[in-house]
Design a protein around this ligand. Structure first.
Ligand code: FES
Ligand SMILES: [Fe+2]
Length: 426
């Protein structure tokens, strides 16, 4: 459990809160590259960490991320005209470039000094790895982007998607590290196959009380969870948490790798961005078609939106007959199943009423790390992650080890999971 005070530190991310300050030292993944409007197309709305923004590309293709409110008298720039190198507010025609500079102020005299003094609030933005990144901190302190493995890969090696989740970012992300749920929430009630893909599923089914080894890293933690698979063997999964809202879980053998990003939209809703990628080759048509349909790693959404098909306000389309005959939940899609349990705890879960067990060790470690970092940041300590991008070049992984062997003693696990000690050039 957490006290209300600590729950607030964990979950409140507005400007001026400890967690909001911490998060604003990092780049924030905001939307997929495919969602950014083309040059001169109308702007789109974006909410990040409680800040309402607009995103557009100017005539030269540069991306602008501006405060949604026009600096004149606050009308929304979402309704503005994106034309000839900037966005023009339709109230009085003031026009702003991607850097926020006022380009035109037609309601003032041509020689008025006012145009040079007024600017829109603009945030640095970059496009990399199929994702739009926005820096919401002080503009002159923007660090390098985190050096995730997928950044720099050819575009056809990467597939990114984004969807909305109706709860605070922290409880959504906690679900990813709560490995004990997998043997229940995502299980099938009529499972009979024993193929390779089902192999790890069988491990989850046969031992439902995993053991844990939590290993802190310089900007996150490795959450290792082990299940007994035979008399003298244990199947270990190593999940990665990276500050402040990234998770990696190991893929099925031969599946693409993935990074998930649990980004506050505001304190009661979050964005989930998922990047699946293959370092060694282009993605295949079959896996792309599956992901676009919300298969496994990605969530099914209403086409052209970020609104999930199975969601809170339609009871996730639960099918009680399927729940009796096919799946434990009767809800289609692993991601929808995860969302259901996280969202139904409330927009911001009341953690003072929980009863945590040994299976929740990774969740406890995650919360503690975030709360401690937020408090330290509020006291003036800058976290290491933003300035050490190479810490993000890690992988989630899995293996079977002899019973009793500590996962940190496995070269196979650690050589895959630990970051390259060589810092990348900023
Ligand atoms: S409110 Fe935007 S130009 Fe007046
Ligand atoms: Fe899950």
């Amino acid at each position: 459990m957490l006290t209300q005070e600590k729950n607030d530190i964990l979950t409140r991310t507005g400007r001026g809160t400890p967690m909001g300050k911490l998060m604003r030292t990092f780049w924030t993944p905001a939307m997929t590259e495919a969602e950014i409007p083309a040059a001169d197309e109308p702007p789109v709305r974006l909410e990040l960490l409680g800040e309402k923004l607009v995103v557009f590309r100017d005539t030269d293709g540069r991306v602008g991320v501006l405060d949604q409110h026009c600096p004149h008298r606050g009308a929304s720039l979402f309704f503005g005209r994106n034309e000839e190198g900037g966005i023009r507010c339709v109230y009085h025609g003031w026009k702003f470039g991607v850097d926020g500079k006022c380009l035109d102020m037609p309601t003032e005299a041509a020689d008025s000094p006012m145009r040079c003094k007024v600017s829109a609030l603009a945030y640095p933005a970059r496009v990399a790895g199929g994702v739009l990144w926005v820096y919401l901190g002080e503009p002159d302190t923007a660090p390098p982007l985190p050096d995730f493995e997928f950044i720099g890969l050819p575009a056809d090696h990467i597939y990114a998607s984004r969807w909305e989740q109706d709860c605070n970012y922290a409880q959504a992300m906690e679900g990813e590290f709560d490995s004990a749920h997998v043997g229940f929430l995502h299980s099938l009630v009529n499972k009979t196959t024993d193929d390779d893909r089902a192999l790890t599923g069988r491990f989850f089914r046969d031992d439902k009380a995993p053991s844990w080894k939590i290993v802190p890293t310089p900007s996150g933690l490795m959450a290792c969870n082990g299940r007994r698979v035979e008399q003298d063997k244990r199947y270990w999964r190593l999940n990665q948490f990276l500050m402040p809202f990234y998770s990696m879980i190991p893929p099925h053998p031969n599946d693409a790798r993935l990074v998930r990003m649990w980004v506050p939209m505001n304190d009661e809703r979050c964005w989930v961005l998922c990047v699946t990628f293959r370092p060694d080759r282009a993605l295949g048509d079959t896996e792309l078609a599956g992901w676009r349909n919300g298969d496994s790693a990605h969530r099914k959404v209403i086409p052209g939106t970020t609104v999930p098909t199975e969601r809170l306000d339609n009871d996730y389309l639960i099918d009680r007959t399927l729940q009796q005959t096919v799946s434990f939940t009767g809800i289609a899609g692993v991601r929808a199943q995860d969302a259901m349990v996280c969202e139904t705890a409330g927009a911001i879960a009341d953690r003072s009423r929980e009863h945590l067990g040994t299976s929740d060790r990774a969740v406890v470690a995650l919360r503690r790390m975030l709360i401690d970092a937020a408090v330290a940041c509020a006291e003036g300590q800058r976290p290491p992650g933003p300035d050490m991008p190479h810490l993000y070049r890690v992988r989630a992984t899995q293996t079977v080890l002899p019973e009793g062997m500590d996962p940190t003693e496995s070269d196979e696990l650690m050589n895959t999971a630990r970051p390259d000690p060589t810092p990348t050039a900023a």
